[in-house]
Design a binder for this molecule. Structure first.
Ligand code: ATP
Length: 664
């Protein structure tokens, strides 16, 4: 097989920070932007549809570097060139670079199975399925196979070139094709795209359809490049240079990040940017009921005394941390109610009981509202919270209320919108007031989270003990003056779990990427699994431990059944695993499992967070134990390598803390 130019990227990028703010590098970058002439790079007729090949070639250049600043510059300049030629093509280019086709909460994803892609590729190139599969096994990346396959094609009447808007339109059509013979129809559409593809295009068509570009282009970089391109294209940006320009670019990125977290739809944001620029964006794109915000998350802490130390001069409150699943409930003016998961998935159909119950706990003056709650399995006879495992036995689709066996109670902890007013930028104490003003408790159905505001160490320790006795995970400590920070793991929210007190740290959410066949009592299922964390920069899964503990026989069988459809021929090119690890089978990254470990150690074998704590070695979990499946998380939402490094460092700090006899 001829070697394709670009290969899926596996190297982590650590050289520069993700954000370009102030500092020499961003000033230098700003100066370089001034040297770039966007129009001169328009190699097609100015104003005509942007060729997909232009973007695919940019992806190729991005694949060849690991430097974040360079990647951001390449993409920013590409967006500028598109803006200079045909601004309305920018939306499609942003979607294609983000490898999405619709806003996340609409739940329409690409992610076509390999079998369909291989068949389409075989038909488009005249190659045999088997030979493509062999190449795939060898290369570990179907995109490279597609690129190499293209070069053997001769075409008498070449079809018209692909365009960025045309490709996005086709992707959307492929993703929404359903019903009779939908697999065949999808295959037909994919084949058509592949037949039209030139040079490296086929590789990116395939990778996009698989759901991942694998060129090391993070969503944050796309957002940054979009903000920068808009500033550089605008009249105000053109007048600035040096530090002033770098400042304007940094500020624009901050605005766009904030707006995107509150209104996560490019369909709204990009046209607004074209019309009113960064300056008018916040006014145009606001948080509205019906569109979920990414949840604010908490940082781990090691004990009550650490909380008191961190929040020495800051007012804070403590709430029970309930163990269920996050439910963001939206009531729109038109009466429509939606429930979104932690993952912005629309879970409305899963909870008809909550939707019907709403009228009992919402006050009559409330016309529109968004609240953040934890939905918890609840025993209404004994009036007690049930463990998370019970909640996970509840059905997920086509739920009929009369058949629901596992009852759920809502524990509300935040109010993000009330009667036409977004409250995200209001302080916590105001949002709490809004929550109390809009709802009333209904025993067994709707509660406000149990909270305590105190600075007394014994009182707080007692509250933590009570929270554990009540079947919750512990506490979340929240500063009372902080705004809601969508999608941030913020220091304004600290989680205090029982496990931290026991010195074994937080659990990790990891992805099974391989397994060993079981022996003896475990014959017929997998006896152990290879788990990985996710590295966001390098877009790779890094092995972190081999796990064989914590599984009941039933669970082992359930997991084997769930994983078997995802067995692949060999490790993907984006798995970072030492040669010493040789599982019997490999899996597609599909699931997330919550795992607890005794501690973390520097490892000669495992690759997690390699380069972050030790320059050469990774981190491994010692004595890992399976806790549960996390069906509410996508593989890329698994614990990331930076968190693994943080856990490792926190453990080292805690040991030091204990050695000084200072801990609680
Ligand atoms: P975990 O794996 O423990 O759920 P996470 O990364 O999903 O961790 P954390 O930052 O640990 O999230 O905790 C926030 C989650 O805790 C929220 O998504 C929510 O579902 C849940 N939660 C329960 N009680 C509360 C509360 N009182 N305030 C905020 N979040 C709460």
């Amino acid at each position: 097989m001829p070697k394709a130019k670009a290969k899926a990227k596996t190297k982590a990028k650590k050289e520069e920070p993700a954000t370009a703010g102030l500092g020499d590098k961003s000033v230098e970058a700003a100066e370089r932007y001034l040297e770039y002439d966007p129009v001169s790079k328009v190699t097609w007729k100015l104003g005509d549809a942007t060729p997909y090949l232009y973007l695919a070639n940019i992806f190729e250049s991005i694949a060849e570097t690991t430097k974040r600043l360079e990647i951001a510059e390449l993409l920013t300049n590409a967006f500028r060139t598109i803006l200079a030629s045909k601004p309305t093509d920018l939306l499609a280019a942003v979607y294609l670079a983000s490898n999405t086709i619709h806003p996340q909460h609409e739940g329409i994803d690409l992610g076509i199975g390999d079998a369909t892609l291989i068949k389409a590729l075989a038909e488009a190139t005249g190659r045999k399925d088997e030979s493509i599969k062999n190449d795939y096994k060898e290369a570990g990346d179907l995109g490279s196979v597609a690129m190499a396959s293209r070069s053997t094609q001769r075409m008498m009447f070449p079809p018209p070139p692909l365009t960025v808007t045309g490709v996005l339109k086709e992707f959307r059509a492929i993703a929404t094709t359903d019903g009779e013979k939908s697999v065949d129809r999808k295959k037909g559409m994919i084949k058509k795209l592949l037949v039209s593809a030139r040079e490296c295009e086929a590789g990116y068509v395939i990778r996009s359809l698989q759901g991942k570009l694998r060129i090391g282009l993070a969503q944050q970089t796309v957002t940054q490049s979009l903000a920068h391109a808009i500033v550089l294209h605008g009249d105000a940006g053109k007048k600035k240079k040096g530090a002033e320009l770098a400042d304007a670019l940094g500020a624009a990125f901050d605005v766009l990040k904030q707006v995107f977290s509150e209104c996560p739809t490019f369909d709204q944001i990009v046209p607004a940017l074209l019309e009113v620029g960064i300056e008018g964006l916040q006014e145009r794109c606001k948080f509205t009921p019906g569109v979920p915000v990414k949840p604010m998350l908490a940082k781990p802490t090691t004990g009550v005394s650490e909380v008191l130390k961190r929040f020495e001069d800051i007012a804070f409150t403590c709430e029970y941390k309930y163990d269920g699943e996050r439910a963001q409930i939206h009531l729109q003016e038109n009466g429509k109610v939606s429930i979104f998961s932690r993952n912005q998935e629309d879970n409305t159909a899963k909870f008809p009981d909550l939707i019907n119950g709403l009228k009992r706990y919402i006050k009559p003056h409330v016309k529109s509202v968004v609240i953040d709650c934890e939905a918890v399995a609840y025993d209404r006879e004994q009036n007690k919270i049930l463990p998370f495992q019970i909640l996970s036995t509840r059905g997920k689709k086509n739920i009929v209320e009369s058949e629901i066996k596992v009852k759920v109670a809502l524990y509300a902890f935040d109010c993000l919108y009330l009667n036409g007013e977004p409250l995200l930028r209001e302080p916590m104490h105001k949002r709490r007031e809004a929550l109390y003003s809009a709802f009333q408790e209904v025993p067994g159905e709707f509660f406000f989270v149990t909270e305590k505001t105190s600075r007394d160490i014994d009182e707080l320790q007692g509250f933590l003990d009570e929270s554990i006795a009540e079947n919750t995970e512990g506490l979340i400590v929240k500063t009372l003056d902080a705004t809601y920070e969508p999608s941030k793991r913020s220091l304004n929210w600290l989680k205090l779990k029982k496990d931290y007190m026991e010195g074994c740290g937080d659990s990790l959410d990891l992805v099974p990427i391989g397994a060993w066949l079981g022996r003896g009592k475990r014959t017929g299922v997998y006896g152990a699994y290879l788990l990985a964390c996710f590295d966001e920069d390098g877009e790779e899964y890094q092995s972190i431990c081999k796990i064989g503990t914590g599984f009941s026989e039933v669970i082992l069988e359930e997991l084997a059944n769930a994983m078997n459809p995802h067995v692949i021929d060999g490790p993907r090119s984006y798995y970072k695993v030492s040669d010493a690890m040789k599982p019997d089978v490999w899996f597609e990254p599909k699931q997330v499992w919550e795992v607890k470990a005794a501690d973390l150690s520097i490892s000669p074998v495992h690759q997690a967070a390699c380069g972050l704590v030790d320059p050469q070695k990774g981190i491994a979990l010692r004595f890992p134990r399976f806790l549960r499946r996390r069906d509410d998380k996508e593989p890329e939402m698994a614990t990331n390598s930076e968190q693994v490094a943080e856990f490792y460092n926190a453990q080292a700090n805690k040991q030091e803390f204990n050695a000084n006899g200072d801990d609680d």
